[in-house]
Design a protein around this ligand. Structure first.
Ligand code: PEP
Length: 257
């Protein structure tokens, strides 16, 4: 049984007061949740303050990116050790905005995933196709390629650290979510691929989140799909009521009781 996992990606939003207030609101609403994993990923500069706000809760802290480098002359970068130092458990890697706005390639994303695992962080590894790729029936090819390249060289013993987030680019921040059938189809494909790259046991244990305009009203439908194990939530994670409702609905749909 895979424990559902709901993560909030706050992106480049909030200030210090609103970040702490959002975290405190979530602690009040879902801070003692059991049977479901919950994480929030604030901007780097608010990680310490949010870590303090979350300290009495079961909500984990994550970052939105990490350097593949360990330390040194990499101006503006943040290392795995720094994220561990401020109590991060998770790190999002390969988010579509980093792939398509910043220009990160699969090879760099692979290095970041390897660095994160070696550094004791749990990567949330994002993959997903562009609208034009879906329209050209290339979704499977594109996503499978991203998964293979992103996980290159990662052995069976280490792959357990990874959560995959399927985030169709056309669904992120657009209000248009993938249908539950579309999500299930790609999630099943990814799980099958993990089975081929590793083995069936690892595939059955791998958590695969869906991301892309997930919100309270579509959570039950998405989470009811057999291969959808959680959600990576952008916009709706910025409101206590919405994110808490999604956590509660996800737990009701498939929480580990
Ligand atoms: C995201 O940025 O990972 C995301 C899924 O955003 P949204 O929920 O706003 O579509």
């Amino acid at each position: 049984m895979r424990k559902p996992f709901i993560a909030g990606n706050w992106k480049m939003n909030m200030d210090s007061a609103s970040a702490v207030s959002l975290a405190q609101g979530l602690v009040n609403e879902v801070g003692q949740c059991d049977g479901i994993d919950v994480a929030v990923c604030p901007p780097f500069v608010y990680l310490p303050a949010v870590a303090t706000a979350l300290s009495s809760s079961n909500i984990s802290l994550g970052a939105q990116d990490v350097s593949e480098q360990a330390n040194g002359a990499f101006t503006g970068e943040i290392s795995c050790a720094m994220l561990k130092d401020v109590c991060c458990t998770y790190v999002i890697i390969g988010h579509s905005e980093r792939r398509h706005v910043i220009g990160e390639k699969d090879e760099l994303i692979n290095k970041k995933i390897v660095a994160a695992i070696n550094g004791g962080l749990l990567p949330i590894f994002c993959v997903g196709e562009l609208l034009a790729e879906r329209q050209a029936n290339k979704t499977t090819t594109v996503v499978a390629e991203q998964v293979k390249k992103g996980l290159a060289g990662i052995c069976s013993e280490r792959i357990q650290a990874v959560t995959i987030a399927y985030e169709p680019v056309w669904a992120i921040g657009t209000g248009i979510n993938a249908t539950s059938e579309q999500a299930q189809e790609v999630h099943a494909m990814i799980r099958g691929l993990i089975g081929k790259l590793y083995d069936k046991t690892i595939a059955s244990q791998m958590r695969i989140q869906y991301g892309g305009s997930a919100k309270p009203s579509n959570t039950a439908e998405l989470m009811s799909q057999p291969d959808v194990d959680g959600l990576l939530v952008g916009g709706a994670s910025l409101k206590v009521a919405d994110f808490a409702a999604m956590v509660k609905t996800s737990f009701e749909t498939k929480g580990v009781k």
